[in-house]
Design a protein around this ligand. Structure first.
Ligand code: COA
Length: 335
């Protein structure tokens, strides 16, 4: 049964921010045994931005991305009803969205974090859409921001070459149901494979007093690269097809596809499976690497800025990663 929505939701602005420090493959080859040629041929990544220095946090980047999105449409932050921060590397495990609320002065907004790794932006945009379609809120700021460099094992050459830091933001606004920009979504989880890509908690005994309580810390990122690759290539095309099938939109009508920027070979394999020309896939992977929850809004903001994405065009965005989680959203661009 399909419930009728009270209102539709459309993206009305985008913004993004990346750290200044740029580390190319040659520099990485000085700390682990690898080469620019290996990294480019296996992943497509040439360089990545890394958050470095004291008092320079992912919350600052997320704040900047949010301010840039607000400024594009001269929106007063007091008009924002809700802030959703997609991140798996917050400054504060209790949540960092509230810091962003204060930083931008969005004092009327509720704010919370969503943790879904590289699918975080898709899960958060889907969540935001529900609040709007139910008629509860009118303006929602959705931010994808991650600094996985903080959790990368810089001695593991199979993972440290992949990740970069960044933040991307969108503003979602209510509209008439017939004018909606968020057309539909499709979400999935396979928890049985959660251990293929983890940033796992570990216990240790705190022996500093007689209670000997077990306490926690987080390990660095661990990944089974081949399994994650196979998962993405098999599941992402299926998710896109299911999403479009539900909406009765033929894939030929899609103007642009923006996948989570994990690996050039994954993008190419998905294009082959869907029998879609590679040039419909927008990518900036070479410059930023895998920025986790930030990757899709970073591409969106860049593509809108370069006027690649035009009003009225249909776009697929699709995220995948730890969990394992994956999902797709179909969008019609409205501004
Ligand atoms: N430089 C040079 N050699 C490397 C290397 C590096 N950075 N990383 C791994 N290797 C080596 C391995 O040690 C292995 O050597 P061996 O044959 O002597 O044992 C060889 O390259 C092949 O390793 P393998 O893991 O099979 O490589 P791969 O072709 O699968 O490429 C990844 C590795 C990580 C690039 C690839 O598996 C991948 O992209 N997976 C998806 C990861 C991803 O996108 N994760 C995030 C999802 S959100």
């Amino acid at each position: 049964m399909t419930l009728l929505s009270k209102q539709g939701a459309s993206i009305i602005a985008t913004g993004s921010a990346v750290p200044e420090l740029c580390i190319n493959n040659h520099e990485i080859s000085k700390v682990v045994e690898t080469s620019d040629e290996w990294i480019v041929s296996r992943t497509g990544i040439k360089e990545r931005r890394i958050l470095n220095g004291i008092n320079n946090s992912i919350t600052d980047l997320a704040t900047l991305a949010a301010i840039r999105a607000l400024n594009k449409i001269s929106m007063d932050p007091l008009e924002i009803d809700l802030i959703i921060l997609a991140t798996s590397s917050p400054n504060d495990l209790f949540g960092s969205a509230s810091q962003i609320q204060a930083n931008i002065g969005a004092y009327n907004a509720a704010a919370f974090d969503i943790t879904a790794a590289c699918s975080g932006f898709i899960v958060s945009l889907t969540t935001a859409t529900q609040f709007i379609e139910n008629g509860v809120y009118n303006n929602i700021l959705v931010i994808g921001a991650d600094a996985l460099s903080k959790w990368t094992d810089w001695s593991d050459r199979s993972t440290c070459i992949l990740f970069g830091d960044g933040a991307g933001a969108i503003i979602l606004q209510s509209c008439l149901p017939d004018d909606k920009g968020i057309l539909g979504f499709q979400l999935n989880t396979n928890g049985q494979k959660y251990n293929q890509l983890c940033l796992a908690y570990k216990d240790y005994y705190n022996t500093s007093n007689s209670l000997k309580i077990t306490q926690g810390a987080f390990n660095k990122i661990t990944m089974n690269g081949r399994e994650v690759y196979k998962f993405a290539v098999s599941q992402v095309p299926e998710s896109i097809e299911k999403c479009l099938y539900k909406l009765d939109i033929p894939i030929e009508e899609i103007n642009w596809i923006i996948l989570h920027q994990a690996n050039k070979r994954i993008l190419e394999a998905v294009a082959n499976k869907l029998i879609i020309n590679n040039n419909k896939f927008i990518s900036n992977l070479d410059k930023y690497g895998n920025t986790s929850a930030a990757s899709i809004p970073l591409v969106l903001d860049e593509a809108v800025g370069k006027q690649i994405i035009q009003r009225g065009q249909k776009i697929i965005i699709s995220g995948f990663g730890a969990g394992l989680t994956w999902g797709t959203i179909a969008i019609q661009w409205k501004y």
